[in-house]
Design a protein around this ligand. Structure first.
Ligand code: SAM
Ligand code: SF4
Length: 334
């Protein structure tokens, strides 16, 4: 029997996030600079290579696969890849196939995603105001995303909204956003902005809105009860007692989740990052391309997992961004 992937700190690796492209049809200010240089297409794993890579991880015990980017739904023929992953859901090897998307292409793909076996998706949305949406995403348009959210719900996909908490930007929409989600039976999770990549002139510290503060604001309106559930990641959940709504908080800058971390990430060029907040990574593309059999690839995966660090080094203390990583979020995938 194949041995499961267990890292040096006895954490079983069951969750793989795969970035299928570094490209995007938006240019969110906290994520990309306006003039991003994208990778030459030949650097990217082909759809067949993505299939082999994900299938190897599933053989080694991965149970949850999240497809991300860049914007995963702008990758050409991406539905071919989703449909190929259906076989792992059908066999029972994979428990969940999901994606994180900006929503721009969902009107087109929601039904196909459902047919491929996707049941839950995360959609990123930082504001319900059209003008602010255009400002934060630079190239995005809110009505298109709203049509995408409608299409997703109509297709039967369970939607979760991810909102980056931004000081001076969406503080004033806290209740507008949570109430809108509640009215549509959508869960919402707030994310603290992270120091990722060179994004031009934006001042990250100015953008940082502590979720401790956000939570205190929510608590002014209703009692909040901590929920015990954990995804093995940085998300923590509360129930809003007045409405029963579930709200999540992702605080990647805290260290309270590293000990239960069950995930690794693959970039669109086939590098594996075993920690979002560390530079350490290994190349899986070379062993993947070196042979048509998967023995080298599996050995390289095991060797990379053996190097998974205990935790990350992000720290915003003393108004200085420590532990900053140079790659963009769109490179490793959020
Ligand atoms: N394009 C897709 C999307 O926007 O959902 C998937 C990729 S995006 C990189 C994944 C998530 O990362 C999004 O929810 C986005 O808001 C978040 N993100 C990007 N840059 C971030 C940053 N510097 N700090 C915190 N979250 C960030
Ligand atoms: Fe694109 Fe997502 Fe990054 Fe926004 S957060 S620029 S939608 S990859």
């Amino acid at each position: 029997m194949t041995q499961a992937l267990i890292d040096p700190f006895a954490r079983a690796i069951e969750y793989l996030r795969v970035s299928v492209t570094d490209r995007c049809d938006f240019r969110c200010v906290y994520c990309m600079s306006e003039n991003m240089q994208f990778l030459p297409k030949k650097e990217l794993l082909t759809l067949e290579e993505l299939d082999r890579m994900c299938s190897a991880f599933i053989r080694l015990g991965v149970r949850k696969l999240r497809i991300t980017g860049g914007e995963p739904l702008v990758r050409r023929d991406i539905m071919t890849f989703f449909r190929a992953m259906t076989r792992h859901l059908d066999s029972g090897a994979l428990r969940e196939l999901t994606l994180t998307t900006n929503g721009s292409q969902l009107e087109k793909y929601a039904d196909d995603l459902y047919a491929a076996g996707v049941r839950r998706i995360n959609i990123s949305l930082d504001t319900l105001d059209e003008e602010k949406f255009a400002r934060i995403t630079r190239w995005g348009r809110l009505p298109q995303v709203m049509r995408g959210i409608d299409a997703a719900q109509k297709a039967g996909l369970r939607v979760k909204i991810n909102t980056v908490a931004l000081q001076g930007f969406n503080e004033d929409e806290l209740f507008t956003l949570t109430d809108w989600c509640a009215s549509r039976d959508i869960d919402i999770t707030f994310i603290e902005v992270m120091p990722m990549g060179d994004i031009g002139n934006e001042d990250r510290i100015g953008q940082y809105w502590s979720l401790k503060d956000l939570r205190a604001r929510l608590a002014e309106r209703s009692a909040l009860t901590d929920l015990p559930e954990s995804t093995g990641g940085p998300a923590r959940y509360v129930r809003v007692e007045n409405t029963g709504q579930k709200i999540g908080f992702i605080t990647p800058l805290s260290h309270n989740f590293c000990e239960s971390c069950n995930r690794v990430r693959i970039t669109c060029t086939g590098e594996i990052y075993t920690c979002l907040g560390q530079e350490g990574h290994s190349d899986l593309r070379a062993p993947l391309r070196a042979s048509e059999a998967d023995a080298d690839l599996e050995a390289a995966i095991r060797a990379a997992i053996a190097l998974k660090p205990k935790g990350h080094d992000f720290d915003y203390s003393r108004q200085k961004v420590d532990g900053q990583v140079s790659r963009h979020m769109s490179h490793t995938g959020g």
